[in-house]
Write a protein that binds this ligand. Structure first.
Ligand SMILES: [Zn+2]
Length: 314
């Protein structure tokens, strides 16, 4: 996808996306806003507060939840645009955000300072291990000590407590590792929209946590049976077929590594034998209609995927 400026889009009632081009740093990245009557969820805050200005205005005086699909720099630097958000992330994402150095982000700060201008990590005040549910038609009560006030400082250690029957606007946030160990997805039960972060990507995802490959593939197939619309972190809004295509690619990579190991093929020869041109002609076909910079990005991502999967599985 070739884009010069950011792009706002209504996907369906109560679901919006905001797309930020990343220039030489990769294909454009999307944030998803789920709007409810009482609260909103921004799933990812992209590269800086500027990227969230519009979503912040749309939220008005509703309670804002922010959830990070994972802690990569292009997904979580714009949280400062919201006043007093409740920030949610997987427990491993918190650990990643607290790391003393962030080499990828430092590179972007040096090479493209405008892209991440004003961007800062805001730590989650709420973490989860497997899943967490939000209700966008209800206002949460806060734990004692916070007195229900929405002051910035009061929200450091809150646990939203919901009572009564769930409304129709329930969002499920579920761990789905594989791109990274801290990756998660958000599913809107009312609309069937799945915001997939980088757990799904068009034409294929980047494997950063190869030990979770099997869990990742199973998870993608489960969501493919449930979701009606899929919004990947990078790539156009799609249907469940994107999840199936991604699962098929990941399964093929696992098969390649098994075959390469049985042949005793050294890792430096993997791309010659199993590069996109040779082993994935249908993906090469899709790449041919892409911006040359994005095409190069995915050729390199596939090389890295093979190498990382080989290191973990062979
Ligand atoms: Zn990303």
């Amino acid at each position: 996808m070739s884009l010069s400026g950011p792009l706002f889009r209504r996907v369906e009632e109560g679901v919006f996306t905001y797309l930020r081009p990343l220039g030489k740093h990769g294909p454009a990245v999307a944030s998803v806003l789920f709007m409810g009557t009482e609260s909103v969820l921004a799933f990812d805050t992209l590269c800086g507060p500027r990227d969230m200005t519009f979503f912040s205005k749309m939220a008005g005086d509703r309670q804002v939840y922010v959830a990070y699909s994972h802690a990569d720099w292009d997904h979580c630097l714009g949280t400062g645009a919201f006043s007093a958000p409740v920030v949610i992330a997987h427990e491993f994402a918190r650990g990643r955000l607290l790391a003393p150095v962030h080499p990828d982000l430092e590179t972007v700060r040096r090479e493209s300072p405008d892209l991440v201008a004003g961007g800062e990590f805001v730590l989650p005040c709420l973490t989860f291990t497997n899943s967490l549910a939000l209700d966008l038609e209800r206002v949460p009560h806060w734990v004692p000590g916070d007195s229900g006030r929405r002051r910035q400082g009061a929200l450091r250690h809150v646990q939203p407590v919901l009572t009564g029957d769930p409304s129709g606007r329930r969002i499920e946030i579920r761990h789905l590792p594989g791109h990274t160990a801290d990756s998660c997805v958000a599913y809107d039960v009312a609309t069937g929209v799945l915001a997939a972060g980088d757990a799904a990507e068009d034409p294929f995802p980047s494997i950063g946590d190869p030990r979770s490959l099997q869990v990742w593939i199973s998870g993608l197939m489960e969501w493919a049976a449930r979701a009606r619309t899929v919004i990947p972190g990078h790539g156009p809004v799609s249907g469940p077929e994107l999840l199936k295509r991604n699962a098929q690619y990941l399964r093929a990579v696992m098969g390649i590594i098994k075959e390469a190991a049985s042949k005793g093929l050294p890792p430096e020869n993997l791309d010659d034998e199993y590069g996109l041109q040779k082993a994935f002609p249908e993906i090469m076909e899709r790449l041919s209609s892409m911006d040359p910079r994005d095409r190069e990005f995915y050729l390199e991502t596939h090389r890295e995927n093979l190498f990382r999967a080989w290191s973990a599985l062979s």
